[in-house]
Structures are given as structure tokens and as C-alpha cells.
Design a protein around this ligand. Structure first.
Ligand code: FRU
Length: 487
């Protein structure tokens, strides 16, 4: 079907229950479907929203267009978890059903306030002449999961920003609430992040001003800003679309970057001693990541694995994208580390170990597994994952532990997404050192944690599910283990 604008924005009531059920079945039956990651029940999933801890459970929502693999009318789908690994779906929590969010309940965040969860999000409204009007909106979610929207917007765009003003992150410092909002300047269409403050989550909200990250340009628009404290270090995570590649090198259509500093001043909206911009993920598909500080003080991150303006092979099956696993953040020696949460180990089934010069690790491991390995120093070679018998097709990890290079190549997979943005991604690793990898495969998603999370390479891949071989191109000095995973 052709997704005309009229079709993308028609009300959900235009679809029958049978249509929705058929789409859900089609997504569930897809060979590429994820089994232990958050995936769309049907249609398109994009940004994680409202990642929070409330009522004794982890909460996360995602941007959903339930009726096809297109960016149509968005709602928030809610999930909760006891352990950040097992997620239970509760249906659509925020629907685009008021004047202010008539063209989408867009991205935002959540915080427990008293015994309720406060949702702060962007209502995307379009006028009759299709002018976009963004409103920052509020809603309460009670302990029974009932949502009550506030009658009026919390924040209207200041004169200094264009129609691109969205994705509020709600923060609290002492008794003061703050919101960071992604923006584009009205005068010269540059990316910006605005800071607001209020005595209560419901307002009244007042602008503090644009955030100073020490960088002259943040491209033409910023989406999804998040400030999180990681082991005492403030880290700003955001998506600067159109960021000049001289500011920070990236290969994806749009980057998800972070900047760390020594302190964040909420009075002046300034990050002290900002670092350079860094890619949050070294892979192909991470965007719109959301991070927050949990009540235990730890910082957690979850990402959309998918990018705006790209198509993926499952579009043909009317569903698209997924969320990453949740990652615990740490900051050490000026560097951000991302690690799987402890409960990921509860998914492990039968353990298989290997050591010595190894060629084939497993001939039929499938594509739902965790693989941990340490490749000895001063070796070069290729590790194939989800590969066919002849190692002609599969994911390739080309490593050189003499010079310190790791290259992830998805060019030899069955259907390569967005080849125009390259089929390889590289990360530098210490030379003449062993290389430690912790790899998760979930049918069409690979998450590769390099050297205990010093880098993460996240990517979608689309292979024949029968290709389950894990092997080196030649005997390689390595030790490790792997486990099939089950929820
Ligand atoms: C980022 C984004 C956000 C917006 C949402 C709409 O992927 O464009 O800026 O709120 O998606 O679904």
C-alpha cells in the first residue's frame, strides 16, 4: 500500500481490529523478529520514551505507529519490567487524541512524582495549511496505568526557535524541575538545546535559555537531548542532525552523540570543560537514545535501533525497528563505558566453552545467543557470525590485534540496509593487547561490546535464519564461551 500523507495521519479508528491483529501476527511470524529485545507489536517503532523507575518497576515506552512500517501518527506504547530484561507490554498509553497532539504524541520522558508518573512529551500539531506547531505537554500515569492528560500545554515555543522544538527530558534537582528540549534556531536554522525550569512538574515553566556545550555548531537541528550523571560526570547525549563531519566524524545518516563535562550549571545552562563530541555507538543504527539516573544513582541507557529516513528489509512485512538492550553506563578515565545489565545473564542456557587455536566455535549456534571471547594479542583474522556453511555469507568481524583495529562488516549479509552509508564500521582498540568481545545476536540485531563496553557496535543485519555458524577464517588463539539465550 502506498502511504500517502492522508493515510499516515488518519485516526486509529479508521483501522479495524482484524487489520491490527493481522499486522501483529505478521510481525510475530517474521523470521527476522527479535526474541529478547523490545520490538514493535506491529508497525513501526522508533524512539524510546519515558524510561524511568516507578511503582517498584522499570518503565519504558516507545514511539509507535501500529499500522505499518512508516512514520505515521505516533503514540506511546508502554512496557514495564522487574529487571530491565523481561518486559511486559501494557498497550498504548498516550494516544494522539487531543488538539495539541493531533498529529502525534511525540517523544518525551517520565519521572515519578509522588505516587504517580509524570509524562512530559511533545504534542505534534499541524494546522490546516500543514504548519507544524510543537507543544510540550504533560500527563499523569497512575498506579493502575490510567493516563490523564493535562488540559493545557506546559510550554509553547519561544520566538527564538523554529517549528523544530521537541523531545523534553524532565529532570529534578532538589525541589526544582528542569526540562531539556531539542530545538532549531529560528534565525539561522541551527541545532540547539533549550533548558527550562519550574517549581513543579506541572509548571509554571520558564526558559533558562539555550545550553552551551562549547561547540559553535550542532548541525541544523537537535533531537532527543538527555543529561545524565555517570559516576559523577555529567554527560549530554543528543542527536545533532546535519552535524558537520569536521566537528565529529560519523558515517550514519544522522549521529547520536555525547559530550561530557566536569559540571552542569542549571542557572546558566552551561556544561563546564566540555569534551569533544563523541559517537555514542560505533555501529550502524543507533539513534534517539534515552538515559536516566535511577533511584539507585546508576545511569541506564536504551536506544532506538533504526534511523530516520532509512528503509529496512522488514518494511516489506509491515513492521520495522527495535530497541537496544538496556545498558548500564560508567565513566572512567575520561571515557564512557556501556555494559549489559546484570540480569542479561539470566537468559543464558547451556554453556559451551572453547580455548586454544580455534577455527569453528559452533556450526549450528543459531542467531539467539551470547558469545564472550578474548582474542589473544598480535593476531589478525576474521570472525564470522550468523554465517552459512561455506562462510560466504554472514557478519564479519575483521580484527588486527597487532595494530589495534576492529572492523564490523555487514556487506556479506543477505539484505544490506542503507549500503549508501557504507557496509563497514571500525573501532580502534589498543594495539598488541588481547581483544575482549561480548556479543549478543537476536535474529536481526547484533550488539557487540568491545573491551568491557569501551565501545559498542550495534547493528541490524538480515540473514537467512538457518545460517548459524560461528567460526574464524583460520585457527585463532582465543578463549571464550557462548550460550543460547531464552527469555
Ligand atoms: C526522533 C524523532 C523525535 C520525535 C519523534 C517522532 O527520531 O524525530 O524528534 O519526537 O522521533 O516520532
Amino acid at each position: 500500500m502506498e502511504w500517502t500523507r492522508a493515510k499516515r495521519y488518519q485516526p486509529y479508528t479508521a483501522y479495524s481490529a482484524a487489520t491490527l491483529l493481522a499486522l501483529q501476527q505478521q510481525a510475530a511470524d517474521s523470521p527476522a523478529q527479535l526474541r529478547y529485545h523490545i520490538r514493535p507489536r506491529s508497525g513501526l517503532l522508533n524512539d524510546p520514551n519515558g524510561f524511568s523507575y516507578f511503582n517498584g518497576e522499570w518503565n519504558v515506552f516507545y514511539q509507535s505507529f501500529p499500522f505499518g512500517a512508516t512514520h505515521g501518527l505516533k503514540a506511546w506504547m508502554r512496557l514495564t519490567s522487574p529487571d530491565l530484561v523481561h518486559w511486559y507490554e501494557h498497550g498504548l498509553a498516550l494516544q494522539p487524541d487531543t488538539k495539541f497532539d493531533s498529529h502525534g504524541a511525540y517523544s518525551g520522558s517520565a519521572r515519578a512524582v509522588g505516587d504517580r508518573l509524570f509524562l512530559m512529551y511533545t504534542g505534534n500539531h499541524r494546522t490546516a495549511t500543514w504548519q507544524r506547531q510543537p507543544y510540550q505537554l504533560g500527563a499523569w500515569l497512575d498506579q493502575k496505568g490510567q493516563v490523564t492528560k493535562l488540559a493545557k500545554p506546559l510550554i509553547e515555543p519561544p520566538a527564538a526557535v523554529s517549528e523544530h522544538f521537541r523531545d523534553p527530558q524532565l529532570l529534578q534537582v532538589g525541589s526544582t524541575y528542569y526540562a531539556l528540549i531539542g530545538a532549531q534556531t529560528a534565525s539561522d536554522q541551527h541545532g540547539a538545546i533549550w533548558l527550562y525550569q519550574a517549581p513543579a512538574a506541572v509548571g509554571p515553566w520558564q526558559a533558562v535559555g539555550p545550553v552551551d556545550l562549547g561547540e559553535a555548531t550542532l548541525g541544523y537541528m537537535v533531537e532527543c537531548p538527555n543529561l545524565v550523571e555517570v559516576d559523577g560526570t555529567p554527560v549530554m547525549i543528543f542527536c545533532p542532525q546535519g552535524l558537520p563531519k569536521q566537528v565529529a566524524a560519523y558515517q550514519n545518516i544522522y549521529p547520536n552523540m555525547y559530550v561530557s563535562g566536569t559540571a552542569f550549571d542549571y542557572q546558566t545552562a552551561q556544561l563546564s570543560q566540555p569534551s569533544a563530541l563523541n559517537n555514542l555507538d560505533a555501529g550502524f543504527d543507533v539513534y534517539a537514545s534515552q538515559a536516566f539516573n535511577a533511584p539507585d544513582g546508576k545511569a541506564y541507557l536504551i536506544s532506538w535501533v533504526g534511523l530516520p529516513d532509512l528503509t529496512y528489509p522488514t518494511d516489506q512485512e509491515n513492521w520495522a525497528n527495535c530497541l537496544s538492550q538496556v545498558k548500564e553506563l560508567h565513566f572512567h578515565a575520561g571515557h564512557l563505558y556501556q555494559q549489559p545489565v546484570a540480569a542479561m545473564k539470566t537468559l543464558r542456557q547451556t554453556e559451551h566453552s572453547f580455548a586454544g587455536p580455534v577455527t569453528t566455535i559452533a556450526a549450528t549456534a543459531g542467531q539467539q545467543l551470547e558469545l564472550q571471547l578474548t582474542i589473544a594479542a598480535d593476531q589478525t583474522g576474521t570472525l564470522y557470525l550468523a554465517a552459512d556453511d561455506t562462510l560466504t555469507h554472514g557478519l564479519q568481524l575483521n580484527f588486527d590485534t597487532r595494530t589495534g583495529q576492529l572492523e564490523v562488516d555487514r556487506g556479506q549479509t543477505a539484505q544490506v540496509p542503507a549500503p549508501e552509508y557504507g557496509t563497514t564500521r571500525s573501532v580502534a582498540v589498543p594495539a598488541h593487547q588481547p581483544l575482549q568481545l561480548r556479543i549478543f545476536l537476536d535474529h536481526s540485531l547484533a550488539e557487540i561490546f568491545v573491551n568491557h563496553g569501551a565501545e559498542v557496535v550495534t547493528l541490524r543485519y538480515f540473514n537467512d535464519q538457518a545460517w548459524g555458524q560461528i567460526a574464524f577464517a583460520q585457527p585463532t588463539q582465543v578463549t571464550g564461551k557462548w550460550w543460547p539465550l531464552q527469555l
